[in-house]
Structures are given as structure tokens and as C-alpha cells.
Design a protein around this ligand. Structure first.
Ligand code: FAD
Ligand code: FES
Length: 258
């Protein structure tokens, strides 16, 4: 079930030059939202942006009826969203897609690997796994420390590890060469740039570790109608918006091997 709803912006935080976070309020009973699901945001007041933009659910507080969105400014739509202020309205279609599998048993271990805006859905996931007593390691990567926003907010939910290309914070190099990545886990989740996710998936497959990737293909309708977001899987073409964005890598050999 999904709905179109006007939310009100009740919090806005600028996080360096490239990122900002919005906390938005529903004003009523919200539909349940699972980690890894996303919303399609209507960008109003921009002549360049006709289609809604997909943004992951970064955090959710069902009791207060609030959602958080962490957004990287990359183009017309996200620039326009960055201009919004507290009190402004945001029209969303939510919740969309198929989120992460979170049915792990207590005391199992999980590695969450995020890069760039792919960090966004991992906060909600880490909270959910912590509530299930899963032992989480969160490994976040970026070109430089300034491009890993909200990293400290992960600390209450597991061991926090950082990798930066320039060595400005944490381990110098890519996430897949961080010592935490080489350890064994019951499950690996990843979201971020495609080359990073493919490297994570290849390594998980080689080591026989269950792994889910959250794809960020370009989208238009967000509900499986236009086929512009399809990806090639071992089971044929799949709509990332409807059958993903989260996929188990056991069906994604074609994707991560190319
Ligand atoms: C399921 C899903 C969840 C997402 N969650 C988040 C999130 O939580 N936070 C966040 O900041 N971004 C997220 N994205 C990416 C976000 O949707 C795009 O960055 C946004 O649509 C760009 O819109 P724009 O109008 O600013 O850019 P445009 O003006 O349309 O494009 C500017 C540049 O961004 C690139 N771009 C556009 N769309 C994407 C995309 N989907 N992936 C990668 N590059 C893109 C274009 O190729 C172009 O180079 C998500 C994408 C998907 C599919
Ligand atoms: S975005 Fe239209 S089918 Fe996925």
C-alpha cells in the first residue's frame, strides 16, 4: 500500500556544501515504512524538473509521524529541494520499493557498507538491526571526511569504521580494503556508488556471505509502469523501483560480474 501525501518540513540541517537533511511531519497516521524503502518527492517551482525524484527513507519515527531524508545536491531537483525551509510543504509518494531483509536472529553479525548518498538508508537499517540485537559494523566511505555526513549518528548502533580516499579520516583507501571488511559476517548490506557495491558483492559471493545491494538506478514513475529503471539480473530484467531497490546478490551474478 502506498499513498500520496503532503508532509510539512519541521527540521532542516545543512551538512557541509553538498548534503542537507529534512525532517518532515505527516500530521496523521503514517503508513509503515521499512529500511531500504524510498519516497518519490515532487519538486515544485522548477521548470527543469518534471518528474518526481527518488530519495531513500533515512530515518523514521512512526510514533511522532516523522520521516527524515538525507539529500546530496547533484542537479536541478536536489538544488531546488535544498532551498526549502521549515514550514514548507513536501509532496511525497510513499513508501515505495522492496527494502532490506531484517529478519536476522539476535547475536548474528551484519556489516553495513555505505558510500556517498548511499549512506542515507543505512541509518534506519542500523537502528532496526540494533533493536533485533544484531551485532552491526557500519563501514562508511567517501573521497574525503567532509563527504561522509552524519557518520557519528551511527555510533550507538554498532562499531563505526571509516575509509576515505585521501586519508582525512579513518583508514586511507576504499571500503573494500578496510580491515573491517575482511572479517566474516552473517550478512552484508550495501548502498552507494555502483562500482563500490559491485566490489562488495563480488567479495561477499566469493566468501559465501549473504549480501543485499540497494541500487540507485535513474527512475521516473517509481511504481513499475515506465520500465526506465530496469536492471539485468540472473532472473531476467527487473524493475528497480518495484522489485528493488534492494536485491539479494544470489540473483545478481550478471550485474556484479560485469
Ligand atoms: C531508490 C533510490 C534512492 C535514492 N536515495 C537517495 C537519497 O537518500 N539521497 C540522495 O541524495 N540521493 C538519493 N538517490 C539519488 C537521487 O534520486 C538523485 O541524485 C536525484 O534524483 C537527482 O536529481 P536532480 O534533479 O538533482 O539531478 P539531475 O539534474 O536529474 O541530474 C544531475 C546529475 O545527477 C545524476 N543523477 C540523477 N539521478 C541519479 C540517480 N538516481 N543516481 C545517480 N545519479 C543520478 C545525473 O546523471 C546527473 O549527472 C536515490 C536514487 C534512487 C533510485
Ligand atoms: S521508474 Fe518507472 S518502472 Fe521503475
Amino acid at each position: 500500500m502506498k499513498e500520496i501525501h503532503d508532509f510539512t518540513i519541521i527540521g532542516r540541517q545543512q551538512l557541509g556544501d553538498q548534503y542537507f537533511r529534512l525532517v518532515i511531519e505527516h500530521g496523521g497516521q503514517m503508513l509503515p515504512v521499512a529500511p531500504g524503502q524510498f519516497v518519490e518527492v515532487l519538486v515544485e517551482g522548477s521548470r527543469e524538473v518534471m518528474l518526481r525524484r527518488p530519495i531513500s527513507v533515512h530515518d523514521v519515527d512512526a510514533a511522532r509521524g516523522t520521516l527524515s531524508l538525507l539529500v546530496q545536491i547533484v542537479g536541478h531537483g536536489t538544488r531546488r529541494l535544498a532551498e526549502l525551509k521549515e514550514g514548507d510543504r513536501l509532496n511525497l509518494v510513499y513508501p515505495l520499493g522492496h527494502g532490506f531483509t531484517t529478519d536476522l536472529t539476535p547475536r548474528t553479525s551484519a556489516l553495513l557498507v555505505g558510500g556517498g548518498a548511499g549512506i542515507a538508508p543505512l541509518l534506519c537499517l542500523a537502528k532496526c538491526l540494533k533493536a533485533k540485537e544484531v551485532q552491526c559494523t557500519v563501514l562508511l566511505g567517501g573521497r574525503t571526511s567532509a563527504l561522509i555526513p552524519v557518520r557519528d549518528e551511527f555510533a550507538p548502533y554498532g562499531e563505526l569504521c571509516i575509509a576515505t580516499d585521501d586519508g582525512s579520516l579513518g583508514h586511507k583507501g576504499l571500503v573494500v580494503v578496510h580491515p573491517a571488511f575482511a572479517k566474516t559476517y552473517d550478512m552484508i548490506y550495501t548502498c552507494g556508488p555502483t562500482p563500490m557495491m559491485k566490489a562488495v558483492a563480488r567479495s561477499a559471493a566469493e566468501r559465501g556471505i549473504r549480501c543485499e545491494v540497494s541500487l540507485e538506478n535513474m527512475m521516473a514513475c517509481g511504481v513499475g509502469a515506465c520500465l526506465c529503471c530496469v536492471t539485468d539480473t540472473d532472473q531476467g530484467h527487473r524493475c528497480v523501483c518495484k522489485e528493488g531497490p534492494v536485491f539479494d546478490i544470489s540473483t545478481m551474478k550478471k550485474w556484479y560480474q560485469c
